[in-house]
Design a protein around this ligand. Structure first.
Ligand code: FE
Ligand code: FE
Ligand code: MG
Length: 166
């Protein structure tokens, strides 16, 4: 990273790189959880859910690009092997072993809620200290908030539909 670009970062760069690597691991796991969820999901309304899951998968991959780019800018090394994801991630990985739509949506909602917390922490930590990372974290957090809402709306539609058949 450029020397001036590094000098203006007001927190310990190694600590920040560690946090960003955990977020990067979360993004890859979220990407795969959505991607594989879209393949295996079953149940009513699954077409609408698949479209949403694939959109979100693409967003998570874009987040991984953003976070890894910032890690490299800061002079760090992004996690290099998938095995590391499980070790350093904040949110973990929830395999869609039960492919029923309700279960898959609930698992992904849980993941989004964790991601919102993670980026909210990074936002708070970098505010006034590292505006480049701050700006990136705000952008990503905005997407995660939208993701949570999209999934909760789908779940609500699903429950409403189920009730209408009773
Ligand atoms: Fe994300
Ligand atoms: Fe998300
Ligand atoms: Mg969406």
């Amino acid at each position: 990273m450029g020397t001036k670009g590094k000098a203006i970062v007001g927190i310990r760069i190694n600590d920040l790189i560690k946090l960003l690597n955990s977020a990067l691991a979360d993004e890859w796991q979220a990407y795969y959880q959505y991607w594989i969820g879209a393949k295996v999901i079953k149940g009513p309304m699954k077409e609408a859910a698949i479209a949403e899951l694939l959109q979100h998968a693409a967003d998570e991959l874009r987040h991984a690009e953003m976070v890894s780019g910032r890690i490299i800018q800061l002079g760090g090394t992004p996690v290099l092997t998938p095995v590391e994801w499980a070790k350093v991630s904040n949110c973990g990985y929830d395999a869609p072993k039960d492919p029923f739509i309700k279960k898959v949506l609930q698992q992904n909602i849980k993941g989004e809620q964790c991601a919102i917390e993670v980026y909210n922490q990074i936002v708070k930590l970098t505010k006034d200290k590292d505006l480049v990372t701050f700006n990136m974290a705000v952008q990503i957090m905005t997407d995660e908030v939208e993701h949570e809402e999209d999934l909760q709306a789908l779940l609500e539609d699903f429950e409403t539909m189920k009730r209408s058949f009773k």
